[in-house]
Design a protein around this ligand. Structure first.
Ligand code: BG6
Length: 469
């Protein structure tokens, strides 16, 4: 649909940027922090681990000042569960609690809104050793953790995100480093984990509303449009299968408190239905998010499953499609270009995704991640000419404005990432930030912060409230 006049971005729109604790903080074992599953995972050969990353733990004041200079109205970051509870439960680590007080205070002093992700991939390793999310006790552990966060930071934080990309942890945990390699029947185990995460999330949302009437809370999955490769009805059905398994399972539960029927029958068919305890469905139905946060990097295209092993081919990357025999098969979209890592670039798909989520759930939306990973080059005079990133973000913003003009309610945009950080499995040289961090894969160099060209571009976008993109 064409618009002859575009709606402007709303007043008080939350322009910002995102990071996650384990990818940006470093200080992986400082001040009492316990190890998380990503600290203990085997790291991909040739790329850095998560021990130092961008050392934001020691540079947070400087980093927050740079975000403020860009004009950020909001900064989305995550809290490392293992700083608060080194063992996942039990005794609280006061130094960890203090760090996030300091960080939040710093953000607020610069007139930015803290947007807090409670859990972004970094499950405490101690809990993993007790069975991780497959263990029902995790629901209580998350509840206890949520209680500490709401008690400590509840009077300072308005926007809470429960779990980052739960769907990617279930579907692509091997790529991200969250999958327990010792699992004997991973799919069955994962859908049990999924159920426990959903119950834990529902309890956290309810607790947030009970304790903090002024606060707003929502889930933060990765949601993207799924295209059929052709208009062949079987391809369309395959896309319908995949969209239910990848997207709607998570949001139907968060918003409506019910299992998506297509997914439920797929779980039954495979013998993967989770154990549901008495009272779980009431808990799930009784919690309502205030908004939906979502991450979008690329659309995905699928076709009919051919029923053979070829269906399952894929790289294991969380943004590339792996098919499932009898359900769908990943396909290449001939109309889209890819980035240096093979991810298809699809700004129009971003508009479609915004429309689809809003039409289905009718809740306000905030974009908590999108962005372009690239091998940036630091040039003479401390310059980084990342016009490809500007181009990516500009095109996505144009489409977001079109979606707003289509009537979609969007209240914030926090691209990935506010500053360079370590990718889930492709190292620090896959850079996303507006700010360059001077280190290499294995050499830390001086870690100085350098404003990229995209920094100045985004500064202008924010200053004009998206009028000049
Ligand atoms: C999302 C995650 O899946 O994509 C981030 O929420 C991640 O943690 C981002 O970094 C980009 O993916 P990657 O694999 O390039 O780091």
């Amino acid at each position: 649909m064409k618009h002859t006049s575009l709606k402007t971005f709303p007043e008080n729109f939350l322009w910002g940027g995102s990071t996650s604790a384990y990818q940006v903080e470093g200080a992986w074992n400082e001040d009492g922090k316990g190890p998380s599953v990503v600290d203990m995972a085997n790291h991909v050969e040739g790329v850095t681990d998560f021990k130092v990353t961008s050392d934001h733990y020691h540079h947070y004041k400087e980093d927050v000042a740079l975000f403020a200079e860009m004009g950020f109205k909001a900064y989305r970051f995550s809290i490392a569960w293992t700083r608060i509870f080194p063992e996942g439960t039990g005794e609280v680590n006061q130094k960890g609690v203090e760090f996030y007080h300091n960080l939040i205070d710093e953000i607020k002093q610069h007139n930015m809104e803290p947007i807090v992700t409670m859990y972004h991939f970094d499950l405490p390793y101690a809990l993993q050793q007790q069975g991780g999310w497959a263990n029902r006790a995790m629901v209580d552990a998350f509840e206890q953790y949520a209680q500490v966060l709401f008690n400590e930071y509840g009077d300072k934080v308005t926007y809470w995100l429960t779990i980052n990309e739960q769907n990617m942890m279930i579907l692509h945990g091997d790529a991200i480093g969250t999958l327990d390699p010792s699992l004997k029947d991973p799919k069955k185990d994962l859908y049990q984990q999924n159920h426990h995460m959903l119950v834990a999330q529902a309890k956290a949302m309810k607790m947030c509303h009970d304790k903090l009437p002024h606060a707003k809370i929502g889930p933060a999955p990765n949601i993207v449009s799924i295209y059929p490769a052709t208009s062949k009805p079987e391809d369309i059905l395959a896309a319908d299968n995949y969209v239910a398994i990848r997207n709607w399972l998570y949001l139907d539960m968060a918003v409506f408190g019910k299992y998506n029927h297509v997914v439920w029958s797929y779980l039954e068919e495979n013998g993967w239905t989770p154990v549901i305890q008495d009272g779980d469905m009431e808990i799930l139905k009784g919690a309502k998010p205030d908004f939906i946060a979502f991450n979008y990097y690329t659309s995905q295209t699928v076709q009919e499953s051919t029923g053979d092993e070829e269906d399952k081919q894929g790289t294991g990357d969380q943004h590339l499609t792996i098919g499932e025999t009898g359900v769908f098969k990943g396909a290449k979209n001939q109309h889209l270009k890819t980035n240096e890592f093979g991810w298809e670039i699809d700004p129009v798909g971003f508009r479609t995704t915004l429309r689809q989520i809003y039409s289905r759930y009718g809740l306000p939306l905030i974009v908590t991640e999108t962005g372009l990973g690239a091998f940036d080059k630091l040039e003479e005079g401390d310059k980084v000419h990342d016009e490809y990133r500007i181009d990516f973000l500009r095109k996505h913003l144009e489409q977001m404005q079109l979606a707003i003009s289509d009537g979609v309610e969007v209240f914030g945009f926090c691209p990935w990432s506010a500053i360079d950080l370590v990718s889930t499995h492709q190292g620090i040289s896959k850079r996303y930030g507006f700010i360059y961090v001077n280190r290499d894969e294995f050499e830390l160099l001086d870690m100085r912060r350098i404003r990229k060209d995209s920094f100045y571009w985004y500064q202008k976008v924010i200053k004009t409230n998206g009028q000049d993109i």
